[in-house]
Design a protein around this ligand. Structure first.
Ligand code: NAD
Length: 331
């Protein structure tokens, strides 16, 4: 399958792996890139810009295919030296960066000067238009189905993707709720140039998270997530566990980040992924978990999605079109 984004990113299949905090390490990114998609590591998962330089080198030791680095700019409990992370990305010769979280204005010009292709991930069309004007090359539009930071406007992908495509000049990747061959065909039919999957890639053999988290995703349904931090205008879709319920209760009481911060801290969420205790903290997961029933390798997953999408197009959809032609000609 060749689309604008496979050509722009130099990848074989129009499938991008989401930049997921505490999940998107070199092992996962390299496995996705080796399977013909675009693997992405997250800058802020690394404790320092220097550690990020090492992580980028680790990806390169595992793949010679294109890969990207995610730089997410959101409120954090501790200040983050974003400019130093950006410089580490540039100095390491990375060719593709995914910006996300908020206005990437402070970063895009410097990344572009270094010849980097920028994907900007956002949840509304006005934000996408701003990123386009700032110089982003591709928009990953993130529907309300997604995991993590869903934005504040709750627009699902059946509306968000075609609206974005009709208003943007640059190519769009569909993100949020993307999970299988049906998502890929649906996204392409809506006009997207490919898909971005996060939760689905958490449930692969190479994802460096505890098996109990992967098993929980397989067991959970579309009803087992909730959106927290809405009261702080930093809404985030997470697994509906004991900690998420406690956060919702604190929000109902009108408490602020001083009280909520220690409960939602990323350090606790990290323990979920590393130790497999799914109630140790907040962990992000999308509605797509409803459609995840197995834990394949990235290669098997991507091959299955691409082959399945081709089958839907050439067999099911083609048959529907041919049979309607038949009916018309019979009339
Ligand atoms: P953290 O421990 O600093 O904060 C935990 C959560 O509280 C995060 O969702 C954060 O955005 C939120 N938060 C912190 N301070 C806040 C405030 N003043 N007001 C409102 N909300 C506040 O976060 P972390 O887990 O160490 O992650 C570091 C950063 O990287 C976070 O901003 C995270 O969202 C971001 N990140 C997210 C993704 C993703 O969702 N795909 C990917 C990469 C990085």
């Amino acid at each position: 399958m060749e689309t604008k984004i496979t050509r722009m990113l130099g990848i074989e299949h129009p499938i991008v792996q989401g930049g997921m905090q505490w999940v998107s390490y070199a092992e996962l990114a390299a496995a996705v890139s080796n399977a013909g998609g675009l693997g992405i590591i997250t800058a802020l998962t690394q404790p320092s810009p220097k550690a990020l330089v090492n992580e980028i080198a680790r990806v390169r030791s595992m793949t010679d295919k294109p890969f990207g680095v995610n730089l997410t700019i959101l409120p954090t409990l501790k200040p983050i030296p974003y400019d130093d992370y950006r410089q580490a990305i540039i100095d390491s010769g990375v060719k593709i960066v995914e910006t996300a979280g908020s206005n990437p204005g402070g970063h895009i010009a410097k990344l572009k000067e270094a010849g980097i292709t920028i994907l900007h991930k956002c949840t509304t069309v006005p934000h996408a238009l701003t990123a386009q004007e700032l110089g982003a090359d591709i928009i990953s539009i993130d529907g309300f189905e997604c995991a993590g930071h869903v934005g504040e406007e709750d627009i699902p992908n059946f509306i968000l993707i075609p609206t974005a495509i009709s208003r943007l000049r640059i190519p769009v990747i569909a993100s949020g709720g993307m999970v299988d061959e049906r998502s890929l065909v649906g996204a392409l039919a809506l006009g997207a140039e490919g898909i971005n999957m996060g939760t689905r890639f958490m449930c692969t053999k190479e994802a460096p998270i505890h098996d109990r988290v992967k098993e929980a995703i397989v067991a959970q349904s579309e009803r087992d997530t909730c959106v927290i931090l809405r009261s702080l205008r930093n809404s985030s879709r997470v697994a509906r566990n004991q900690v998420a319920e406690a956060v919702l209760e604190l929000e109902r009481k009108g408490l602020g980040i001083q009280d909520i911060g220690p409960v939602v801290s990323g350090a606790k969420g990290r323990r979920v992924y590393e130790e497999g205790d799914i109630n140790a903290g907040i962990w992000t997961v999308g509605l797509a978990q409803a459609l995840i029933n197995d834990i394949p390798s990235c290669q098997a997953l991507i091959s299955r999605i691409v082959q399945g999408a081709e089958d839907i197009i050439t067999k099911r959809l083609d048959a529907i079109c041919s049979s309607s032609t038949l009916v018309e000609s019979t009339l």
